[in-house]
Design a protein around this ligand. Structure first.
Ligand SMILES: Nc1ncnc2c1ncn2[C@@H]1O[C@H](COP(=O)(O)OP(=O)(O)OP(=O)(O)O)[C@@H](O)[C@H]1O
Ligand SMILES: [Mg+2]
Length: 329
C-alpha cells in the first residue's frame, strides 16, 4: 500500500526577475511516508526554504511562481486547491516552523491572541478560556518562563529565541500531520535546541506525524532524519537513507558537507571547508552546477548537467557514476 503522506513530483518554483529567471527549485521530487522524517540539507541559497514555502503555497507571487510539478498530499494535488481550501490545510494538517519567526507572528497581536486564535480555528467547540489554558500549557511545554505573564506580551517584547519557541508552540498546538521545520533551532542555544528537538520527536511519537527538517546542522539530521535529500543550486544532487548518506556519501558535494562536520578526535586545527561558493543564478555554469568547486571534475562535467540517476538504491546526480566518466581520462 502507498503510505506516502506527501509526494512532491517534479516541483519547479521560479522567480521572474528583471535580471532573468531564478530557478530556485528546479525539478525536485521527494516523498515522506507517514511517521517518517526527511532531512533537507544544502548551503545557503540552494532552494530549501522555497521548497517548503511551495508546499505551503506561501511563495511570494509575483515574482515567484510554481511553474510545474505536483504536490500530492494524501493523493490530492495541493496545487489544485482553492486559497480557501489551502487555508484550512495550513496550520491544521500541515504546519510550518519558519526560518524567520517574525514571518508568522503578527506584531500587532499578543502572543496569546495568536495562539488562542489558532487553537480556536482548529478545535471546534473549545471555549476561549479553555483555549487560553491550552495556550499557556503550550508555552510551558516549549520552556517559556512565566507563561501566564508572557502570553499577554507582544512578539517584540520577546527575545529571538523566545519568539522561535512561541512559533513552535503555535505550530504544534493543532497536532499537524506534517510538520515542516525550516532551521527550527538556529536562533537557539544548544540546551534549548535539544529540548525543541525532543518536543518535535514527542509529537512524532505521539501522533505519528511526518517531519520535513531543514537545517544546516548535519548533527541534527543524523539524530532525527530517516532519509536525507541534498540540494545544490535548486536541484537534488543526492537522495538516500540517513545511514547510507552518512556512511558513504556518493556525491562530491555531500562528501564535502560531511567533511565539514568538525570532529573532536580531529587533531588538525583548521576546519574543512568546500572551496568556492554556490553559483548565483545569473552565472550558472554550463555543466554540473557543482563542477567549478569539485575536486574530481573531468571535462565532461563542464559540458552538460548530469541526470539524476538511481545507483545502489539511492538517487545521485553526478557523472562519476555514469559510463561517460569511464570513457574519459
Ligand atoms: N523573492 C525572490 N526573488 C528572487 N529570488 C528569490 C526570491 N526569494 C528567493 N529567491 C532565490 O531563491 C533561491 C533559493 O532561496 P531559498 O530561500 O530557498 O534558499 P535556502 O536554501 O533556504 O537558503 P538558506 O540556507 O540561506 O535559508 C535563492 O537563490 C534566492 O536568492
Ligand atoms: Mg532558507
Amino acid at each position: 500500500m502507498d503510505n506516502k503522506l506527501i509526494d512532491v513530483k517534479n516541483l519547479k518554483t521560479y522567480f521572474y526577475t528583471d535580471a532573468g529567471v531564478v530557478k530556485a527549485v528546479d525539478d525536485v521530487s521527494f516523498s515522506i511516508e507517514q511517521g517518517k522524517t526527511l532531512g533537507i540539507v544544502g548551503e545557503s541559497g540552494c532552494g530549501k526554504s522555497i521548497t517548503s514555502l511551495s508546499i505551503m503555497q506561501l511563495v511570494e507571487t509575483p515574482p515567484g511562481k510554481i511553474a510545474g510539478g505536483e504536490i500530492l498530499y494524501r493523493g490530492e494535488n495541493l496545487l489544485e486547491k482553492t486559497p480557501d481550501e489551502m487555508r484550512k490545510i495550513r496550520g491544521k494538517k500541515i504546519a510550518m516552523i519558519f526560518q524567520e519567526p517574525m514571518t508568522s507572528l503578527n506584531p500587532v497581536f499578543t502572543v496569546g491572541q495568536q495562539i488562542i486564535e489558532a487553537i480556536m480555528i482548529h478545535e471546534a467547540g473549545i471555549s476561549r478560556q479553555q483555549a487560553r489554558e491550552k495556550a499557556i500549557d503550550m508555552l510551558r511545554m516549549v520552556k517559556i518562563p512565566l507563561p501566564e505573564k508572557r502570553i499577554d506580551e507582544y512578539p517584540h517584547q520577546l527575545s529571538g529565541g523566545m519568539r522561535q519557541r512561541v512559533m513552535i508552540a503555535m505550530s504544534l498546538c493543532c497536532n499537524p500531520e506534517l510538520l515542516i521545520c525550516d532551521e527550527p533551532t538556529t536562533a537557539l542555544d544548544v540546551t534549548i535546541q535539544a529540548q525543541i528537538l525532543e518536543l518535535i520527536n514527542e509529537l512524532k511519537q505521539k501522533t505519528g506525524a511526518s517531519i520535513m527538517m531543514i537545517t544546516h546542522d548535519l548533527g541534527v539530521i543524523a539524530e532525527v532524519a530517516d532519509d536525507v535529500m541534498v540540494m545544490y543550486a535548486g536541484k537534488v544532487v543526492e537522495q538516500g537513507t540517513t545511514d547510507e548518506i552518512f556512511d558513504s556519501p556518493m556525491h562530491p558535494y555531500t562528501e564535502g558537507l560531511m567533511n565539514c562536520i568538525p570532529r573532536l578526535e580531529d587533531e588538525v586545527e583548521e576546519l574543512h571547508v568546500i572551496k568556492g561558493m554556490v553559483p548565483s543564478f545569473d552565472s550558472m555554469p554550463d555543466g554540473c552546477a557543482f563542477c567549478p568547486r569539485c575536486e574530481y571534475a573531468k571535462p565532461v562535467c563542464g559540458k552538460s548537467m548530469p541526470e539524476l540517476i538511481e545507483k545502489d538504491g539511492r538517487k545521485i546526480r553526478c557523472f562519476k557514476y555514469t559510463d561517460q566518466w569511464k570513457e574519459e581520462v
